[in-house]
Design a protein around this ligand. Structure first.
Ligand code: CUA
Length: 316
């Protein structure tokens, strides 16, 4: 899947929401204002350095200014006005971005090392690493973490918020055009942090309805094909290779039926071993690997688990 070019014009990634104009122009207001003030200060500094340079070693300072009311008032009042503008400008957009519209579609986001689980509670659809939303529809994300602090960042929507264990945080956005956009985890959360990505796919209302239908039905794919789909859809591929390469987790090549050296003892990788490793991965840890895999209990249907096992069997 191709994601949209992240680079927009100027300093920002391309905007895909109307809400971007407020913070973007405030940023430029502060930036250009700072450049003008910096240039003015630099000019005055150099100008006075030259103008008041001591001409001879014995020259005394003379005619020192003690009070200059007009100057003092202006260097107090002008910055005050500027800071007030910045405050109200920012506060207005902050309020807008903090309060989701009442007709928002609610989506649950769960962060865990190192994937994003997305739930559509109203439709009974779950995904990993793929947030699909209709265009021109406010979307409210209710987010929490199962382990450490993560942060959900969609640059093109100008939203970012920490995802915290034992607490819900929320953010909302409304996309104004269709496309595929990158989502990042932007809070350092361990080895797989840089791989903790998701895609945001903004589609038309009709496409969204079709997508929901396809997602909730489960489909009647043959088991190995279903397993292959789960392998990418649920981001198993982030940590498990199919070609024998060592990654965060053991490769699936030649896994089925092999003898697994565990942190204590060993086990044979049969169907029950694989099922347990998917549903409750911390039960048995293969020697040399960290116990970092999230549990997929409740996330995969029984048929999907069967599919994954069949898919693993096919990796000889
Ligand atoms: Cu999750 Cu960084």
């Amino acid at each position: 899947m191709k994601t949209e070019q992240l680079v927009g014009h100027g300093w920002f990634p391309a905007a895909a929401t109307d809400a971007a104009s407020g913070p973007d122009s405030l940023f430029y207001f502060i930036l250009i204002g700072s450049i003008i003030i910096f240039a003015g200060i630099l000019y005055a500094l150099i100008h006075f350095l030259i103008k008041y340079k001591r001409k001879s070693p014995n020259q005394l300072a003379s005619g020192q200014l003690v009070h200059q009311p007009l100057l003092e008032i202006s260097w107090t009042v002008i910055p005050f006005i500027l800071v007030t503008i910045v405050f109200f400008w920012g506060y207005k957009d902050f309020l807008k971005m903090s309060i989701p519209p009442v007709d928002s579609m609610e989506v649950r986001v769960t962060g865990k090392k190192w994937l994003w689980q997305i739930d559509y509670p109203r439709y009974g659809v779950k995904t990993v690493g793929e947030l699909v939303v209709p265009v021109n529809q406010p979307v409210k994300l209710v987010m929490s973490s199962e382990d450490v602090i993560h942060s959900f960042f969609i640059p093109n929507m100008r939203v970012k918020r920490d995802v915290i264990p034992n607490r819900y945080t929320r953010l909302w956005f409304e996309a104004n055009r269709t496309g595929t956009f990158q989502v990042f985890c932007t809070e350092y959360c361990g080895d797989g942090h840089s791989q903790m990505l998701a895609t945001l796919r903004v589609v038309s209302q009709e496409e969204f309805k079709d997508w929901l239908k396809a997602g909730s039905s489960g489909g009647d794919l043959p088991l190995p094909e279903l397993g292959a789909k789960v392998y990418t859809k649920y981001a198993c591929n982030t940590c498990h290779s199919l070609d024998g390469a060592t990654s965060v987790g053991p490769t699936w090549k030649g896994l089925y039926g092999s003898n697994r050296p565990l942190t204590s003892g060993s086990a044979k990788a049969d169907d029950n071993y694989l099922r347990e490793s998917i549903v409750n991965p911390k039960a048995k840890i293969v020697a040399g690997y960290a116990p970092v895999m999230p549990a997929f209990a409740g996330l995969l249907s029984d048929r999907e688990i069967d599919g994954v096992i069949e898919f693993i069997k096919a990796q000889k």
